[in-house]
Design a protein around this ligand. Sequence first.
Ligand SMILES: N[C@H](CCC[C@H](N)C(=O)O)C(=O)O
Length: 274
Amino acid sequence: MHGAGNDYVYVNCFEESLPEDLPSLARQVSDRHTGIGGDGLILICPTDEADVQMRMFNADGSESEMCGNGIRCVAKYAYDHGIAPREEMKILTGNGILTVQLTVENQKATQVRVNMGKPILEASKIPTKLEGAPPLRQPLDVVGKTLEVTCVSMGNPHCVTFVDEITDEWVHGVGPQVEVHPAFPNRVNAEFIQIVSPREMIMRVWERGSGETQACGTGACASAVAAVLNGLTERTVLCHLPGGDLALEWAESGEVYMTGPATEVFSGEWPLEN
Ligand SMILES: N[C@H](CCC[C@H](N)C(=O)O)C(=O)O
């Protein structure tokens, strides 16, 4: 499945039992040459705390607290496959229980609106060694330049840099340095944002553990919060990503809402003895 091109291999753990070593399974299935191919592995699991539980692993096998494009696909899968045939659903994540609202056409979910919860702005909870709540336009030294970054967590850590034009040099040159910068004890996702208007922005991302992806839902939410805090956009903003568009709203109530697509591409079998 994919959400705006951010593709993961999903496993229905209501029906499958998996090996202990999930990080190595994530690395194997994510390989686009020797595996199935994806930005990572997402498990759809039974839980008595919500309709389903989501666990998400990056392509390098590291587990993340939250995945915005992933939660939309988890909700779609749970609805379409009868696990939770409800248009409003609760999903347990590493960032708590989140509520999603499905748009259904011909008995299939097509669009999903997620209440992503409130952004985490305390530097120590992002976590980052930079100062601030949140760190706003803080200096971050990388090879050859000092960035001005704004850091926000949506349950997972994000480091946002506003640029005049997003280039490969930013994403593939600077992104990997930001990901592993010592200012981020748990590493970080690195977003690069070009503001188009007070209600529109363009984003590319170098993800923690996966490299550049076509979209990043939590990253888009974190970037919208950073844009509002820096006075660059209104609280409702359309985010254009290489894989598609996400509609974001940082409501006055404090919650961030994200609306976007979710697509099931194909299903198949992966021989576990691989
Ligand atoms: N693509 C995901 C984010 C994955 C973040 C992951 N790379 C991390 O380690 O936090 C999304 O749509 O939110």
